[in-house]
Structure formats: C-alpha cells, structure tokens
Design a protein around this ligand. Structure first.
Ligand SMILES: Cc1cc2nc3c(=O)[nH]c(=O)nc-3n(C[C@H](O)[C@H](O)[C@H](O)COP(=O)(O)OP(=O)(O)OC[C@H]3O[C@@H](n4cnc5c(N)ncnc54)[C@H](O)[C@@H]3O)c2cc1C
Length: 386
C-alpha cells in the first residue's frame, strides 16, 4: 500500500497547512473562545487557500483530492493548536454525501460554497432517545403534495449557529412495507418550524452544540439527498469520512499537547537534570508519541481504502482508526498535563482544558464501546449482547 508513505504532494500540503496553523496557533483559538465567536478568520483563510474543499470534486470548486488530503489539513491545524471542528462536518460528511449522491442541482447549489468555506452545513443524526442506537431515530418525513414535512428532535448538533443548513438524518415510510427507512434531508437553518437551543457544554471550543426541534418543517421535494431507497448506503458514505476525520482531530490535539509537554520537560529542572531526563516522565511521553503514530497509520489506511472506493474495508479501518486515535489523544493529553505539574492546571499553559476536549474523541461520533462492539461482532464474529 502506497498511502502509508506520504507522497511529496502530501508532505507539501502538510507543511503548508502547518505554516498556516502556526500563524494562528493556540492564542488565536483562546481569543476566539473567550470572545464567544467562531474561528471565522482561520476558516476564511483556509477556504481561500483551497484547504477546506481539498476533498471535493474540481468541477464544483474543490481540490479533487480525498479524505486523505482533508485529514492532513485537520491534523496539522490541530497540531498547531487551532483545529477546525467543522471540517469534520461540512466538507467531510455533507460535502462527501452531496458529491456522491446529490442531484446535479444540489451539487451546483452547495459544493462550491462548502469547498471555499463561504457556506457551511452541519450534520444531525443524534437524537435524545436514540443516542448510540441510531436505528432508533424517530425524526420522520411525510409527504404533503410535492413537499416533505419533517418532524423530530436532535441533540449535540455542532455548529448550527454558523451553518446555512443542516443535513438531517430522518426516516420516510416505505410505501410497500410501511416500515421506516433512513433518508437524508438538507434543512435550511432559517426554515419555519426549525428551532435551535445551545447546550451548555463544559468544552473550551469555538464551535457550539445545539438541541434542535423540527416541528413540521416544510421542505421542497429536492431537499431529499439522492435516492429515497438508498438512504443507508448514502449515510455510511458520510459516516466513514466522519470517523477518519475525528481520528485526524484527535491525533492533531494529541500532537499539540505532547509537543507542549516535551518542550516543558526539556527545560524544567528541579534536581540536577531537566525532568525529561527521568524515565518516569520520558517514557510515557515516548509511548504517547508511538500511540499517536500508530493511530495515524490506521487513519491513513482507512483514508486510502475510502478514497479508492472500498467502502466496506474503509468502514472497519475507520472505526479502528477513530478508536486508536481517541485513546491515543486522551492518554497524550493526560500525560502532557501531568508533565507540567501544577502548571498543567493553569490557564496560562492552556493544557487543562484539553482534558475535556480530548474526551470528545472517545465519545463522538461513535463511542469507544460501540467500536469495540463493532469489532467484536463484525470482525471477530462474536455474539451480540444487545
Ligand atoms: C462535542 C460533541 C459534538 C457532537 N457533534 C455532533 C454532531 O454534529 N452531529 C450529531 O449528530 N451528533 C453529534 N454529537 C453526538 C455524539 O455523536 C453522541 O454523543 C454519541 O454518538 C454518543 O451518543 P450519546 O451521547 O447519546 O450516548 P449513549 O448512546 O447514551 O451512550 C452512553 C454510554 O453508554 C455506552 N453504551 C451505549 N450502548 C452500549 C452498548 N450496546 N454496549 C456498550 N456500551 C454502550 C456508550 O459507549 C457511552 O459510554 C456530538 C457529541 C459531542 C460530545
């Protein structure tokens, strides 16, 4: 497999994005969070440079690359301390689903804006009464003449305040069997009957999470993405990039925290040598580095499989990459905070807030346990408990 050894082009992309990230850095993110604002300046500049839509088709304003390239963008921005969470959602999930399954009109309407960042689309699957069990979602669309009426509730939906629309996972009734099947709808955030309420999260992040209430939201026929009968396939096409991109988010954050800890451990001296000379400090940092590198290798495998059209192979690898990256990130952040002693908990050094932020990659978009379930049942063929 060639993907594990990065091409010159990929290395060039990595260093160009790293240079942009360095110009903004953690201070930029800290300021934006303190002002309660989204990271618009970084988002806009990354869009102008072509980084946000690097995975989208060239004919619709994208870079013609894949999730491999987009994951490099997110990882490097994260490693500089300024990750853009909405990259996971807008170009990776929504952009992918629309470019693979949308109508020509939907592609023309949305892809150029998603690619240059002037438009943004959130993604809503999680529901309060379904959680990890997405088979239980009840947001339902029924036909009303040529229109759809969409009703339901969603929770933890990121970036709705800055999005033009949300790609909502709902259900329609199968005319033959009467059973509900998953379908994807583009729902404008200013539609009548669409309400959002911010959730008070203990997260030091620029992007906010929302609870949504959809009360008979009237949508035109062309709000449905792709084929009503292929909803599940289309959904999975978006969920694999989401997992790969969450891995990139986690690896970037882990690298950022580790770099801070290493810098500190090289200088801080309380006995004869810097604390980094003590193996009790050095070895866990070395382990964190190894774990992050291994997670990246699995992420590259997943991205390569996805970009070469192997959706099934990519599904397993994307789950394993998300698991490995989430665990590596949580451990790297924990060890980084510990390495700084008391300073690990000060606002000045800015690492303590990553303890909560790192946990997101263990929970979302699919929890550690649900990935272990997937590998137990799908890969190992063990029986199910639920
Ligand atoms: C910061 C953040 C941003 C998010 N952004 C979005 C977004 O943009 N769009 C969106 O749709 N969703 C989003 N989510 C939601 C996220 O995908 C869910 O939180 C996640 O899928 C878990 O669902 P839940 O919170 O309902 O947990 P639950 O499903 O209630 O699970 C609770 C716990 O039980 C465990 N558990 C559940 N079932 C089993 C089982 N069968 N076996 C073993 N353990 C089990 C889980 O692993 C977990 O530890 C976001 C979440 C966060 C925290």
């Amino acid at each position: 497999m060639t993907a594990v050894i990065e091409s010159e082009e990929h290395k060039a992309l990595r260093s160009a994005v790293a240079a942009l990230g360095k110009r903004y850095g953690r201070d930029y993110l800290t300021r934006t969070v303190a002002d309660g604002k989204p990271p618009t300046e970084l988002w806009t500049e990354a869009g102008k440079l072509g980084y946000l839509g690097v995975n989208l088709p060239e004919e619709h304003g994208g870079g013609g690359g894949g999730i491999t390239e987009l994951s490099i963008v997110l990882e490097e921005l994260g490693a500089s301390g300024s990750p853009l969470l909405m990259l996971i959602v807008s170009p990776a999930i929504c952009g992918t689903v629309i470019s693979r399954f949308g109508t020509e009109a939907q592609k023309r309407q949305w892809l150029p804006g998603l690619a240059d960042g002037t438009r943004l689309m959130a993604f809503g699957i999680t529901e309060p009464d379904a959680g990890s069990n997405s088979h239980r979602i009840t947001t339902t669309a029924r036909r009303d003449g040529a229109d759809w009426l969409l009703t339901g509730r969603k929770v933890f939906i990121s970036g709705v305040d800055i999005a033009d629309a949300v790609l909502i996972v709902g259900r329609t009734e199968d005319a033959r069997t009467g059973r509900l099947k998953p379908c994807l709808f583009i729902v404008p955030t200013d539609a009548d009957g669409f309400q959002k309420r911010p959730i008070d999260m203990e997260l030091n992040a620029a992007e906010k999470q929302f609870e949504l209430v959809l009360d008979d939201v009237r949508l035109p026929a062309d709000a449905l993405v792709g084929d009503e009968d292929a909803g599940l396939l289309q959904l999975f096409a978006g969920l694999n990039p989401e997992r790969i991109m969450t891995a990139a988010f986690a690896i970037g954050m882990g690298r950022y925290a580790l770099a801070k800890a290493v810098e500190y451990a090289r200088d801080r001296t309380v006995w004869k040598t810097p604390i980094g000379a003590h193996q009790a400090i050095a070895h866990p940092l070395a382990q964190a580095h190894i774990d992050l590198e291994l997670a990246r290798l699995m992420m590259q495998k997943a991205a390569h499989l996805y970009d070469t059209g192997d959706d099934i192979g990519a599904g397993e690898a994307a789950n394993m990459a998300k698991y490995a990256a989430g665990e590596a990130c949580v451990k790297a952040v924990d060890q980084a905070v510990h390495t700084l002693g008391g300073n690990g908990l000060t606002r000045e050094f800015g690492l303590a807030s990553l303890i909560t932020a790192a946990r997101v990659s263990r929970i979302a978009p699919v929890s550690r346990e649900m990935i272990l379930n997937y590998v137990s049942h799908q890969t190992l063929g063990l029986p199910k408990s639920y």
